[in-house]
Design a protein around this ligand. Structure first.
Ligand SMILES: Nc1ncnc2c1ncn2[C@@H]1O[C@H](COP(=O)(O)OP(=O)(O)OP(=O)(O)O)[C@@H](O)[C@H]1O
Length: 573
């Protein structure tokens, strides 16, 4: 906020000036009515002019109070949003993986919204209302302190009732919000999981849950409105009591000659002003608590240390592209996932990682990409014979092209999605990459061609089409090492053929590590590493491993008896 403090100061000073002017008008009213009472005509006229002049100053004060504060807070929130998004982009993968994406999104949207509302709506009020209250109160005491005491007789009761009712309303409002959140979650699940909802015939069940929540919300809302309907007039009467009491006691004081009618009018004006903050300050306190909660959540995220982008660069030498040397790795303080893992991938060769689910294959990729730091005493990973510990993560990642099972596409056009492979790629390069990835012909058949939108996460394209676009992206990146996480496992046989063809071209003469489940992928590898309990149980090509008659051969023969392997589908699940 420091950068935009100027406008905030203008807003706050204007807020205080606006409060002072409103109090000051009270003194004019008193002066004016008293003089009018005493028949001082000319002076009355001059005071009328002064009142108008003061009002004319009050209008710009209120304008700058609203505009100055809004300008400062809008600029500040823009900066925080920028800073937050920038920071989220720099957070390490190991932190992001532990967060719920909904929670991160809520911090960057809802929480910032709460902070913005506080800054633009409530911050200046914190200077305006207390100033108004204290100023009016002192002035009222100065005019007639007994009248102040008498008129405020019922005020504590009004405040207690309003506090009690406010609590009840807050509870009901929270319940309504909770049910609304649950209804939204059902609607989101129904839309997001529509194919599952339809195939498992879940729509009736989901609709019933939705309807019962809807009914509950309706009842709670009606209860809320019912309470409001009788509480509002009651509170209004209670809050009016000081004015009524002031009129009663003030008239009595006038009748005994201890008070003037002009003074009473000014007193009533100031009393009304004095009561106004009492109505607003509880809401201000609630909003401030809400804001501090939101601020804490945003600050928590901003305080997360960003990834250290410093470190040595990685030169592309003739040394083996990937070496794991005695690597042991555990997530958090859990049992190690990788145990003394050692292997070497020679340049231009394809190595397949196979093994049981949860055996640590994806962990090998995460370590290679530097998503999780490998402690110095837990072995070494070398890329082109340079240790990745202490390397610049961006330099490290520029050595790899990654193609995953889920073929992640970003919202935007097909051209955009391919071009993410390399900064400043030209359209010709994008088309060339698409041709190599066997994608050009299907892209040209789409309405819009390369400018066709892919939809949320590529939802407007088939699985095979999405995968060929991610392969085109990898072609464009042209990194020396390819990391494939069984890119065809989610595809049918027809789509698989296109993707396999594209991958064949991509893998040609390129160092590749592939996490493999399909026999067709495994057979083609130069070397197969069979992972067991975080280490390598067997290594060799398909023929060698069968001849070894060990774990791989057993698994192969076991699966071979099933229909799945007969159709050359899956060997290691
Ligand atoms: N971010 C994480 N935090 C904590 N534990 C994790 C994390 N990621 C994976 N694990 C654990 O590490 C182990 C190895 O997981 P990994 O994903 O590497 O296995 P995998 O061999 O790739 O499995 P699959 O073939 O099923 O994909 C599993 O027990 C998993 O629960």
């Amino acid at each position: 906020m420091k950068t935009h403090i100027g406008w905030m100061i203008v807003g706050i000073v204007s807020a205080m000036a606006a409060a002072l002017i409103e109090i000051w008008i009270g003194s004019f009213i008193q002066d004016l009515t008293t003089r009018a009472e005493n028949g001082a005509g000319r002076l009355v006229l001059s005071i009328v002019f002064t009142v108008f002049a003061v009002i004319l100053i009050g209008v710009p004060a209120k304008y700058f109070m609203a505009f100055g504060v809004e300008r400062s807070s809008a600029l500040t929130i823009r900066d925080i949003r920028n800073h937050l998004m920038n920071h989220i982009g720099k957070l390490p993968v190991h932190y992001i993986e532990k967060q719920h994406s909904g929670d991160v999104l809520s911090r960057s949207s809802n929480d910032l919204q709460v902070i913005h509302q506080f800054m633009s709506r409530d911050l200046a009020q914190w200077f305006y209302h207390p100033m108004l209250f204290i100023g009016c109160f002192i002035y009222l005491i100065w005019i007639q302190w007994q009248l102040v005491l008498f008129s405020l007789l019922l005020l504590p009761i009004s405040l207690l009732v309003s506090h009690w009712v406010g609590k009840q309303m807050q509870r009901l409002t929270e319940e309504v919000q909770e049910h609304t959140g649950q209804m939204n979650a059902i609607a989101q699940d129904t839309l997001g999981g529509m194919p599952i909802v339809k195939s498992y015939l879940l729509s009736g069940m989901l609709l019933r849950s939705y309807q019962s929540l809807l009914q509950l919300t309706l009842l709670k809302k009606l209860a809320l409105r019912k309470r409001e309907a009788w509480v509002d007039p009651l509170l209004f009467s209670l809050m009016l009591s000081p004015i009524i009491f002031a009129v009663i006691y003030g008239s009595y004081l006038i009748s005994i000659g201890k008070f003037g009618a002009g003074e009473l009018i000014a007193f009533l004006y100031l009393l009304n002003l004095c009561l106004e903050p009492l109505d607003h300050i509880p809401t201000l306190i609630t909003n401030t608590f809400q804001m501090t909660g939101a601020l804490k959540r945003v600050a928590e995220m901003l305080k997360q240390p960003a990834e250290n982008l410093e470190g040595h660069s990685i030169a592309r030498t003739d040394d083996p592209p990937v070496v794991f040397d005695n690597v042991t790795f555990a997530y958090d303080n859990n049992a190690p996932v990788l145990r003394n893992l050692s292997f070497t991938v020679a340049a231009g060769k394809t190595v397949a990682l196979v093994g049981e689910s949860g055996g640590g294959k994806s962990t090998v990729f995460k370590l290679l990409c530097g998503f999780y730091p490998l402690p110095a005493d837990q072995g070494t990973i070398r890329i082109f014979d340079q240790p990745i510990q202490d390397s610049n993560p961006n330099e490290l990642r520029s050595c790899f092209s990654v193609v995953t099972q889920d073929a992640y596409l970003f919202s935007g056009t097909i051209a955009d999605n391919i071009a993410y492979g390399r900064e400043h790629a030209t359209m010709d390069e994008v088309i060339e990459a698409a041709k190599l990835a066997n994608a050009h012909s299907f892209i040209m058949e789409l309405p819009g061609g390369y400018q066709a939108e892919v939809g949320e996460r590529g939802g407007l394209l088939s699985g095979g089409q999405r995968q060929r676009i991610t392969i085109a992206r990898a072609f464009l990146k042209d990194a020396p090492i390819l990391l494939l996480d069984e890119p065809t496992s989610a595809l049918d046989t027809a789509s698989e053929l296109y993707v396999q063809e594209a991958l064949k071209v991509l893998m040609k003469d390129r160092t590749t590590i592939v996490i493999a489940h399909r026999l067709s992928t495994i057979e083609k590898a130069d070397e197969i590493l069979v992972m067991e309990r975080g280490g390598i149980a067997e290594a060799g090509n398909h023929g060698e491993l069968l001849a070894l008659n060990g774990l791989y051969a057993r698994s192969y023969h076991q699966e071979f008896t099933t229909a799945l392997v007969k159709s050359r589908e899956v060997v290691f699940l």
